[in-house]
Design a protein around this ligand. Structure first.
Ligand code: DAH
Length: 348
């Protein structure tokens, strides 16, 4: 009789080898061993032709069954191993989200920008428009139209950086009052935040560059009471609902009457006192006249004479120094992070 191995033994052996293959490479070796060109099953199939016809049919059927069974087992094992390999790779490459992250340095708005931002919020709520002027100005807008002619001693109040072409770095934000009125008719409510420059020796309270916030309201029957209410509202927004304001007569060429205003404020260190914050007043008729002259030159209507309005100007550096007990204005622009970082998020 035939010496061919029984298909049951071959089947058991091949299925066992398949089940024991632990990697896709090992599985490939099992496939080659049984189903490769000269594999054990392939060889048996090839030998069928040499069998007598009556044996051939039964053996052929058994071998085909065997081959199908082994192929199915190889496929199934292959899928299992592929899934396991993938799972192992995913596990190995997974990011551990509980690991501490890299601490990237994050910047933030400068304290002065934050104070200006707070002021803008306060005035936006009161219906003001925020406008920005030019840092390079001419003496007409910075001085003359603001009732400060060249011979006026008040020019000494503002030490000026002059440019070679006769223009200047604005010494205050007030020139934007003139620019805005020259191109917009009343009524109006604007604030002007921005940088201003003074040509002076720096010390703890003087810098050659600092910021101001200018305010201007013009309409019919605008009064000093409106001005006081507005400044009081700003003080409450900046320093809390209990803060009070005080006005003292003062002189500014572009206001009549003019005043300085202070805020009574209790700071977190338990001190309370009057803090002088800025200047204000009713817009001087000469300013309205100068604005109308400018408008006329441009072919616009004279619309300001006879109107009333108030204006104010204050410095955010001063607010920051008073509010946080910062002793020297030069700290703001020396870019020392030890100073600046203390105020990150402070005004939230
Ligand atoms: N421009 C003034 C200054 O720089 C501040 C100021 C005072 C502005 C009174 C005003 C004002 O609008 O009415 O010293």
């Amino acid at each position: 009789m035939s010496s061919a191995p029984p298909t049951e033994a071959l089947s058991t052996e091949a299925l066992l080898a398949t089940g024991q293959a632990n990697t896709l490479d090992e599985l490939q070796a099992v496939r080659t061993r049984y189903l490769g060109k000269s594999g054990l099953i392939t060889r048996e199939l090839g030998a069928l032709g040499k069998l007598p016809a009556e044996e051939r049919r039964a053996r052929g059927a058994a071998l085909n069954l065997l081959r199908a069974g082994v192929e199915a087992a190889l496929r199934e094992r292959g899928e299992t191993l592929t899934r396991a390999t993938l799972a192992a790779r995913l596990a190995a490459e997974a990011t551990d989200v509980s690991l501490p992250g890299l601490d990237l340095p994050v910047g933030g708005p400068h304290l002065i920008s934050r104070i200006l931002g707070d002021l803008e919020d306060i005035y936006a709520r009161l219906g003001y428009t925020v406008v920005e002027g030019h840092e390079v100005e001419d003496d007409q807008h910075n001085f003359d139209a603001l009732n400060i002619p060249w011979y006026h001693p008040a020019r000494d109040l503002w030490d000026t950086f002059w440019l070679e072409d006769g223009r200047l770095l604005r010494t205050h934000t007030s020139p934007m009052q003139v620019r805005y009125m020259a191109s917009h008719p009343p009524p109006l409510k604007i604030i002007v935040p921005g940088k201003v420059y003074r040509y002076e020796a720096t010390d703890a309270t003087h810098e050659s560059m600092f910021h101001q916030l200018e305010g201007l309201v013009v309409g019919e029957h605008v009064s000093m009471a409106d001005l006081k209410g507005t400044i009081a509202e700003m003080a409450r927004g900046l320093f809390g609902p209990a803060s009070r304001v005080r006005f003292q007569p003062s002189y500014y060429p572009f206001t009549e009457p003019g005043a300085d205003f202070s805020v009574w404020w209790e700071n977190p260190r338990g001190e309370s006192r009057w803090l002088e914050l800025g200047g204000c007043g009713m817009v001087h008729p000469n300013v309205f006249r100068a604005v109308d002259d400018l408008r006329e030159e441009r072919g616009l209507e004279r619309v300001y004479e006879g109107k009333t309005g108030f204006a104010f100007g204050l410095g955010p550096e001063r607010i920051a120094m008073l509010k946080y007990g910062i002793p020297d204005i030069r700290y703001f622009y020396a870019n020392d992070l030890r100073v600046l970082e203390q105020f990150r998020g402070e005004l939230e």
